[in-house]
Write a protein that binds this ligand. Structure first.
Ligand code: UGA
Length: 439
């Protein structure tokens, strides 16, 4: 039985966004029922098993469930009938043209329209193209539910820090009719009171989500291009990023160059915004270029690796340190490491990878790529270590041991993460990304 206190809420979808939203709202004192159509997932969540790696989330789920404020169900009536607000947090995967597939959102909306009580507010938490909410509100009318107001409340949660991001947001955005938006804002009232609450219309809220990710992705693409320029002129992008980031108008964050951004958000959202903009007839130059520059960065890393391996990859063995798209997660979606692994295999190299949490996908294993249990074993017999993910543990590895294990000690530090001087002392030929040829 769910406890009393707080408001009765439902969350449709127990994926990353839905589960974090549901558990965190329960943590703030609401009574939350999460609905999914995946029986296995509901069963394992009900038994306390969180199906992905997110720090703090299993504890939060266990505590809220233990206090009777969080439950999981397959039954729409049980989840929705008494809910004062229903969050839709289902996937919006990319279609072949880059635009978002809204099939799951529409299916969820139909379920909500059949089971929600009178006047419940529908909160779209999934990332949806601008204009979607207005159309969904129309659809609700068509489904005979003009009483259900619809608000867009985008999430700004990064993987690995999602619970913290939820609990202490920089800002909260609510787009929809004023009274309904205020009701939804009230559900988040206990969170960081200094965070501005932005109440706006639906398209602005929807676009705010894409814009935030596109701005951040653009910064990464821009610093990556700066890194290439640094390599050309023997400059150091780390110092450059500091010099630029100390300008208060620019700021220091998201200026770390690398082998390209990945994950389930930046690639998809930048692509989707470009596709939706094109469909709306808006001429766009910069947004598609953010993605093109990211593709070019992966190619740049591959070209650098190839140069380090005397211009030939065939028969060479490459050790990839890090598979996850960033540290602190086991997520490999759109990870640049996988694109590099693919390209290395295509060129006839052998690939062995290591990651503290993430796993090589089956498709790469079938092509002969292997996964090692530790970084030194990964480097055994290799001609190059290519660091793809800046896991802190890689800093603890002894360069001397790695050098001994390798056929020929070379390091391409794709995230400028390791102590290059120590690796040079151990006999390595070292390159980073944009750190000058000799540093
Ligand atoms: C991103 C946003 O940061 C969140 O605010 C947003 O809510 C989320 O997407 C989402 O749309 O759900 P996330 O994908 O978890 O979060 O990862 P980030 O930490 O933003 O990193 C994205 C990629 O950029 C990673 O591959 C990372 O390695 C790369 N990156 C980031 C850099 O290459 N350099 C940097 O300076 C920062």
């Amino acid at each position: 039985m769910l406890q009393s206190g707080g408001q009765a809420l439902a969350v449709v979808g127990t994926g990353y966004v839905g589960l974090v939203t549901g558990a965190c709202l329960a943590g703030e004192g609401h009574r939350v029922v999460c609905l999914d159509i995946d029986a296995k997932r509901v069963e394992s969540l009900s038994a306390g098993a969180v199906p992905f790696w997110e720090p703090g989330l299993p504890e939060l789920v266990a505590a809220a469930a233990g206090q009777g404020r969080l439950a999981f169900t397959l039954d729409p009536e049980q989840a929705l009938a008494a809910a004062q607000a229903v969050f839709i947090a289902v996937g919006t995967p990319p279609k072949a043209d880059g635009s978002s597939d809204l099939g799951h959102v529409r299916a969820a909306l139909r379920t909500v329209s059949s089971h929600a009580g009178p006047g419940a507010v529908v909160v779209v938490r999934s990332t949806v193209p601008p204009g979607t909410g207005d159309r969904l509100q129309e659809e609700l009318r068509g489904l005979g539910r003009p009483d259900l107001p619809l608000v867009n409340a985008p999430e700004f949660l990064a993987e690995g820090t999602a619970v913290r991001d939820f609990q202490s947001p920089d800002r909260l955005v609510f787009g929809g009719p004023a009274e309904a938006s205020q009701r939804v804002a009230g559900l988040f009232a206990s969170l960081n009171p200094r965070a501005p609450r932005i109440l706006t219309d639906r398209p602005t809220a929807e676009l705010a989500k894409y814009a935030a990710n596109t701005f951040l992705a653009a910064r990464v693409s821009l610093i990556n291009e700066m890194a290439r320029l640094c390599d050309a002129w023997g400059a150091d992008v780390r110092v450059l990023a500091q010099a630029v980031g100390l300008d208060a108008r620019v700021g220091p964050l998201f200026l770390r160059p690398g082998i390209g951004y990945g994950g389930s958000c930046f690639p998809k959202d930048v692509q989707s915004l470009a596709a939706e903009g094109r469909a709306a007839g808006v001429p766009l130059d910069l947004i598609p270029a953010v993605e093109a520059a990211n593709d070019a960065q992966v190619a740049y890393a591959l070209a650098t690796a190839t140069r380090m391996l005397d211009a030939s990859l065939a028969g060479k063995q490459v050790a990839l340190w890090g598979i996850a798209f960033k540290p602190g997660t086991d997520d490999v979606r759109m990870a640049p490491s996988l694109r590099l692994a693919q390209a290395l295999l295509d060129a006839g190299a052998q690939v062995r990878a290591h990651d503290p949490t993430a796993h090589l996908p089956q498709a790469l294993r079938e092509r002969g790529a292997e996964q090692a249990g530790d970084p030194v074993a990964c480097a055994q017999g290799a001609d190059l270590v290519l660091l793809c993910t800046e896991w802190p543990a890689y800093r603890q590895v002894d360069p001397g041991r790695v050098a001994q294990a390798m056929r020929s000690p070379r390091l391409l530090d794709g995230r400028n993460h390791l102590d290059h001087a120590a690796y040079r002392t151990a006999g390595f030929k070292v390159r980073g990304i944009g750190v000058g040829l000799q540093r």
